[in-house]
Write a protein that binds this ligand. Structure first.
Ligand code: ADP
Ligand code: MG
Length: 225
């Protein structure tokens, strides 16, 4: 039993390492190629630089996402008002949603709910999940964000979209490193979300219906003010 768990763990690490190597090799190959081109062709410098910058950003994004796999620094944990964290993230996505004719509805309970967390990481979770919702809708749709107190100890954040939904057989793959169905996705967003929420002793569950939409439900321990 113990032995099996150990070897399973190894294979996940191996899988992750292979994924990282693969995801970083592509932009590196491209960077190398454009460096060669730059040596020969000086007329298109600005175009080349633009592409090179975006390839570097890809590597930067992957490395930032993977940082959460490191041990959480408890020193960064503080009390934060859950509604304020969400309002901030929704504000950041406002223009993105507007550009895609997506309405983000908010139903945040009035009573202030406090969670004990690293606010940057918590906001990254909400950002990743809301971004996925926007990408699932693509154009014209609605996202509903609810925050409420489930019981004395639990806060619930519910993000519901009317996007493409997720086929049942893919549900269990969500959150595995590098699993993506998108052309430009890196498949790290949900893995990062699961890791962060686990570090804060919470949980994430997903309900989805293909062609109807998905609901991501996050539960976090609640602290009374
Ligand atoms: P990425 O967004 O880079 O693809 P994620 O880890 O954020 O990586 O998501 C993994 C996959 O989960 C997505 O490619 C998509 O197939 C699926 N997914 C996540 N959120 C949603 C959603 N709200 N609606 C439909 N599919 C989703
Ligand atoms: Mg994503």
């Amino acid at each position: 039993e113990q032995h099996m768990m150990e070897s399973e763990k190894l294979s996940v690490t191996g899988q992750l390492a292979a994924g990282i190597a693969h995801e970083i090799r592509n932009p590196l190959t491209s960077l190398k190629g454009f460096l060669q081109l730059l040596k020969m062709d000086n007329d298109h410098r600005d175009d080349f630089f633009k592409i090179m910058e975006s390839e570097l950003t890809k590597i930067e994004t992957i490395s930032n996402e993977l940082m959460v796999l490191a041990k959480p620094k408890q020193t960064d944990f503080k009390f934060h008002r859950l509604q304020s964290l969400l309002e901030h993230v929704i504000m950041l996505l406002d223009s993105e949603a507007f550009r895609h004719s997506i309405k983000i509805e908010q139903e945040l309970t009035e009573e202030s709910l406090y969670v004990y967390c690293d606010d940057t990481k918590c906001k990254q979770v909400f950002l990743n999940i809301l971004k996925n919702a926007i990408e699932a809708i693509e154009q014209d749709g609605k996202i509903n964000v609810k925050v409420f107190k489930e019981d004395e100890h639990t806060a619930v954040i519910e993000v519901k979209d009317n996007g493409c939904g997720i086929p049942k057989h893919l549900l269990k793959k969500l959150g595995s490193p590098f699993f993506t169905t998108k052309k430009t996705g890196n498949g790290l967003g949900l893995m990062v979300c699961y890791k962060i929420i686990e570090q804060q002793n919470g949980s994430i569950s997903i309900e989805s219906e293909p062609n109807e939409g998905s609901t991501f439900t996050i539960r976090l321990p609640l602290y009374m003010a």
